[in-house]
Design a protein around this ligand. Structure first.
Ligand SMILES: C[S@@+](CC[C@H](N)C(=O)[O-])C[C@H]1O[C@@H](n2cnc3c(N)ncnc32)[C@H](O)[C@@H]1O
Length: 229
């Protein structure tokens, strides 16, 4: 698993180009995946939502747009330059959305205080996944819902294409788009080394979640996990 400070440095370096690169590299598909996460959050009818590893706030803005005004939505990240992009966007668009500094290894959030916790493409970057998943469990209410959107391992027939894409095509394309070849080489390595959906479900159970399920998307390359205590 990557060192937290290295992940922080890497996202600081690409913060200004992150949103653009994301849209291009996923061919816009990331928008549909995010909408599925937001729909699942809506279904839980929460009053408090923490969007962790929020980055520049793509998920947080979508949650704010689709959840009632009396539901508190706060985005947390440990990378200030990413948070600052979210804050500037919130000011420019007149959206009442708060962005706070917070490391998923020790979140500045009270025990059992959140109805829904969301995290998109963050868990893969955790320095210590056991500790991080434990933190997500700690801040959720007993009847709360955790939603994780993350890259995953594809079906066997698609694996060779996926391997070539994440190991060769993606790092070069992303490097050209952002000027940072190293960051996207890491992306390929981290995707390839992440557990499959069943494996992450098992880790969630070990972290204290009793009910876990997932939905695989794009031949299993991405998965939306849902977990409840
Ligand atoms: C790939 S970006 C995802 C951003 C956003 N969730 C999205 O969907 O666009 C990953 C984010 O996770 C953050 N991150 C990684 N590890 C973290 C940790 N331990 N605590 C807080 N944020 C973390 C990074 O700073 C980065 O902003």
């Amino acid at each position: 698993m990557p060192e937290g400070s290295a992940v922080q440095r890497m996202f600081s370096g690409i913060a200004s180009r992150y949103d653009f690169a994301n849209r291009v590299l996923s061919l816009g598909l990331c928008v549909g995946w995010r909408e599925q996460l937001v729909a699942a959050a809506q279904a839980a009818e929460p009053k408090t939502v923490a969007d962790l590893a929020t980055g520049s706030g793509d998920v947080a803005f979508a949650l704010r747009r689709d959840l009632p005004a009396d539901c508190a939505v706060v985005g947390y990240d440990f990378c200030e330059p990413m948070l600052e992009i979210g804050r500037v966007r919130a000011r420019q668009e007149g959206v009442a959305l708060e962005f706070k500094s917070g490391d998923c290894m020790r979140l500045p959030i009270a025990d059992a205080s959140q109805d829904v916790v969301t995290i998109a493409y963050g868990v893969r970057n955790f320095e210590d996944r056991v500790k991080g998943l434990g933190e997500l469990r700690r801040i959720l209410r007993a009847d709360g819902t955790l939603l994780i959107l993350e890259f995953s391992q594809p079906s066997a027939w698609f694996a060779p294409f996926h391997f070539i894409h994440v190991r060769c095509v993606l790092p070069v394309l992303a490097g050209l788009l952002t000027g940072d070849f190293g960051a996207y080489k890491y992306l390929g390595t981290s995707i390839a080394g992440f557990p499959d959906a069943a494996g992450l479900d098992a880790e969630l159970k070990a972290a204290g979640f009793a009910k876990v399920s997932h939905k695989r998307m794009l031949f299993g390359t991405v998965a939306l996990h849902q977990a409840q205590a």
